[in-house]
Design a protein around this ligand. Structure first.
Ligand SMILES: [Fe+2]
Length: 208
């Protein structure tokens, strides 16, 4: 006769009730690095890189969310074009965020994740809750890109000095390149060129 199968829950009690509302101590504190994978990178290097990458992460998450705010709140004759462009850049920043966060975990660190922690850490100026006109939206986004681009160059050089080529490559190939390209696309919208009628050359310029 087959043995009767029994299912025991936590503490040996048999129950179909899920264990809800559980809490426990953290398994790793923020600001520390854990395991040493066979990466050939010493703990102080991984600690410093994780810290700097978390700053970059907080700023990138802020830029990502700023893009969504602009996507929702944009107004005016360029609504359709910018509504789409902002969302395209948002999607690209989502991927950058994931790459930075996973690099921190790979180095043994702990990635920032929650909005409140990001808000406390970011260096990017907080916009108002209300809607702003297009030139202001574009300027805020460009300022945010500038903060990130400045940081990436510094971080890439430091990673290279410390022998962390993986971080250097991620920061240059993915973060810096994406931000440079997006900044170009935005900047071209702030060039004041005629929309319908070309400016006629002045008489003086024509005579010269
Ligand atoms: Fe949308």
């Amino acid at each position: 006769m087959p043995k009767k199968q029994t299912y025991k829950g936590v503490g040996g009690r048999i129950s179909a009730q899920p264990r809800l509302h559980q809490r426990a101590r953290e398994i790793q504190t923020y600001g520390t690095v854990s395991h040493a994978l066979p990466l050939e990178l010493e703990e102080p290097v991984r600690l410093e890189m994780a810290e700097q990458l978390n700053q970059l992460l907080a700023d990138t998450m802020t830029l990502r969310d700023l893009y969504k705010k602009c996507h929702w709140q944009v107004a005016g004759p360029t609504f359709y074009q910018l509504h789409l462009l902002y969302d395209k850049h948002y999607g690209e920043q989502v991927e950058v965020v994931d790459s930075i966060a996973e690099r921190i975990q790979l180095l043994g660190g702990v990635s920032l994740a929650m909005a409140a922690d990001v808000a406390e850490t970011t260096q990017i100026e907080r916009p108002p809750r209300g809607r702003e006109e297009v030139p202001v939206q574009l300027s805020r986004l460009l300022d945010a890109h500038q903060v990130i681009i400045r940081q990436t160059r510094k971080l890439a050089r430091r990673a290279s000095e410390l022998g962390d080529d993986g971080t250097n490559d991620l920061v240059v190939s993915e973060v810096l390149r994406t931000n440079e390209l997006q900044a170009w696309f935005l900047s071209e919208h702030l060039v004041n060129v005629p929309l319908v009628e070309a400016k006629k050359p002045s008489v003086a310029a024509g005579a010269a």
